[in-house]
Design a protein around this ligand. Structure first.
Ligand code: SF4
Length: 238
């Protein structure tokens, strides 16, 4: 893709949503870390449903450790994989207390050493809490980057590297949110909304969806209007 096209795509995404952000609910770096960790293989909506109940009861590492694995489980049952996620959550809280005075660390190696925290979660924390221009590649971004031609790659890491290399610096910090929201609501896995997509003319996807043909009743009404409409109007003027 030509760099000017890439810049134009981000220009339009920015114009449509100047201050993109996560749809996860959080009120502190620790809450964000917990929410992102819980969001693996599930929707933000189900994570928000769980944390709305959990955070009023326990939203610090010490409180999560005090709750323990069995105490955490009922809250995060809706997000799926709750046995593993409960263990990771309590392990994560314990590790933050032991290694980082209960604070969320600001470097990738320390983040990725925490239970349940992988590259994607670390990138989101570095971006949203520490203001670094990191781009976490999830399934939505992977799809949008490949379809559009913005940053083709066979693996999330390849896409991440391509986005890092090719995204104009002015757009790099927010690229993650623009692309994830575009993938979630417009460039969906099945039946992307190409006819109404704001970057349709810039996107290089060869199999864009077409506007739906009008329904038979609509077609009939239009045909009748074409055949009789002007005549009827002429009659009514007489
Ligand atoms: S035109 Fe279609 S394939 Fe391209 S970004 Fe938009 S929704 Fe996705």
């Amino acid at each position: 893709m030509h760099p000017a096209t890439r810049a134009a795509i981000f220009r339009r995404l920015k114009a449509a949503n100047p201050a993109p952000t996560t749809e996860l609910l959080f009120g502190s770096p620790f809450e964000l870390l917990v929410a992102v960790m819980l969001s693996a293989h599930t929707t933000d909506k189900s994570v928000n449903a769980a944390t709305r109940e959990l955070f009023p009861v326990a939203n610090t590492p010490a409180a999560i450790v005090a709750l323990g694995v069995e105490g955490v489980k009922p809250y995060i049952r809706p997000v799926g994989l709750y046995n593993t996620k409960s263990k990771n959550l309590v392990g994560l809280a314990q590790a933050l207390i032991e290694r980082h005075d209960g604070q969320v660390p600001g470097d990738r190696a320390a983040l990725e050493a925490l239970p349940g925290v992988g590259r994607k979660t670390a990138s989101i924390i570095l971006n949203m809490v520490f203001g670094e221009a990191e781009i976490a590649v999830d399934t939505h971004i992977f799809r949008v980057a490949n379809r559009t031609g913005l940053a083709p790659g066979r693996t999330p890491r390849e896409v991440e590297e391509a986005l890092r290399r090719n995204t104009p610096p002015a757009y790099r910090k927010d690229a993650h949110h623009w692309l994830i929201l575009h993938g979630r609501y417009v460039c969906t896995a099945r039946a992307p909304k190409c006819p109404t997509c704001i970057i349709r003319d810039l996107c290089e996807f060869a199999h864009k969806t077409r506007p739906k043909p009008p329904q038979p009743a609509v077609r009939l009404r239009r045909a009748a209007r074409r055949a009789f409409g002007p005549a009827r109007r002429r009659r009514s003027r007489r």
